[in-house]
Ligand binder design. Structure first.
Ligand SMILES: C[S@@+](CC[C@H](N)C(=O)[O-])C[C@H]1O[C@@H](n2cnc3c(N)ncnc32)[C@H](O)[C@@H]1O
Length: 323
């Protein structure tokens, strides 16, 4: 059954990540023959976002693509519209250029939005600004733990800033997510994840000249549909974090929730993140120098101060509804 489960995961994601190594199932905890040998079959395994009843299909009316040729968007900084868009959001937070290091495609900083090149861009599939869209590359296992149920484990050393997976599932509107939360509270299920990133709130506060929090418009529910990320357990000292990523999406309230390592993760180590948002807003100043070298840059971006947040919680990503 473990092999069947592993094959099912691979089959359901073969189109969007054909090169992803299989996820293997390890169950050292089940000593008696009647115990469950695989993770539950209760959900549809997918990397995609399925739309809830009130969620419109993605609109691409305001989506733009760059005209760069080849895979070197990071070298076309004054012409690449994706580069300029990324900078307009993140230069104020000390990150120059794209959010990925050009040579190894690792994330420069957690907690900031990423705008990847998209299906309207002329650049190639090898573009340095396409990471999540190219899918998972790292080998993982799903492992039964003694006290936390199933968890996700690294099968090789994962460098800092590596893409791990999309927190996929059903994208629900506010009303539907409230209904689900009530239902799930009865059963003690916790797979709902609000998309309420600090910069969405900040924009709302600015536009409405208010310091009140914006009601959360969208929530991801990974209970009925999702992928291995629904098995990630919580830690107060996590080795990974969520990052909002926009690919074929022009609505700032609908990023993909993606998981990236925030420090090197050893082979055999459990991969975890904080269910209540990541308090570290990692603005690695030493990496800024590296970025300039990579991009042949003379300056710019350095020493800029972070903006003041509307409600002072820049470090928070999203909030998991705990029981
Ligand atoms: C999204 S699920 C994570 C996957 C879960 N372990 C499973 O087997 O389905 C969240 C649930 O995992 C368990 N969990 C997550 N982190 C935990 C932790 N640090 N300690 C104990 N239980 C944890 C709790 O039961 C929680 O409701």
């Amino acid at each position: 059954m473990k092999l069947v489960y592993s094959a099912m995961m691979q089959e359901n994601t073969s189109l969007d990540e054909p090169l992803a190594p299989p996820i293997i199932i390890i169950n050292q905890d089940d000593l008696d023959a009647t115990a469950t040998t695989t993770p539950p079959w209760e959900f549809y395994y997918t990397n995609e976002m399925l739309l809830g009843r009130s969620v419109p299909p993605p609109s691409r009316i305001n989506l733009t693509g760059c005209d760069c040729l080849g895979g070197q968007c990071h070298l076309n900084k004054s012409q690449c519209t994706c580069y300029l868009k990324q900078e307009s959001f993140t230069a104020g937070y000390g990150v120059t250029g794209f959010m990925y290091h050009a040579p190894n495609q690792t994330l420069k900083s957690n907690g900031l939005p990423v705008f990847e090149c998209n299906s309207l861009c002329a650049c190639s599939e090898q573009c340095t600004n396409r990471v999540v869209s190219r899918g998972r590359k790292i080998p993982l296992s799903l492992q039964k733990t003694p006290r936390k149920g199933w968890g996700v484990f690294a099968r090789c050393l994962i460098p800092k800033g590596t893409f791990i997976g999309i927190y996929s599932g059903e994208l629900l509107g506010h009303e539907e997510s409230e209904e689900r939360a009530l239902k799930y509270d009865e059963f003690g299920r916790t797979y709902l994840f609000d998309i309420d990133w600090w910069y969405i709130n900040q924009q709302y506060s600015r536009n409405n000249n208010s310091r009140s929090r914006k009601p959360c418009k969208y929530t991801v529910d990974a209970y009925h549909a999702g992928n291995f990320t629904r098995f990630l357990n919580h830690s107060c000292d996590p080795n990974s974090a969520l990052t909002p990523v926009y690919i074929d999406m022009d609505d700032i309230e609908r990023p993909l929730l993606t998981v990236f390592s925030k420090r090197p993760i050893q082979a055999g180590e459990e991969i975890t993140f904080s269910y209540s948002g990541d308090p570290d807003f990692d603005d690695d100043e030493d990496e800024e120098e590296e970025d300039k070298e990579e991009e042949g840059e003379g300056g710019g971006g350095e020493g800029k101060e972070k903006e003041e947040g509307g409600d002072g919680d820049k470090g928070q990503g999203t909030i998991w509804r705990l029981e």
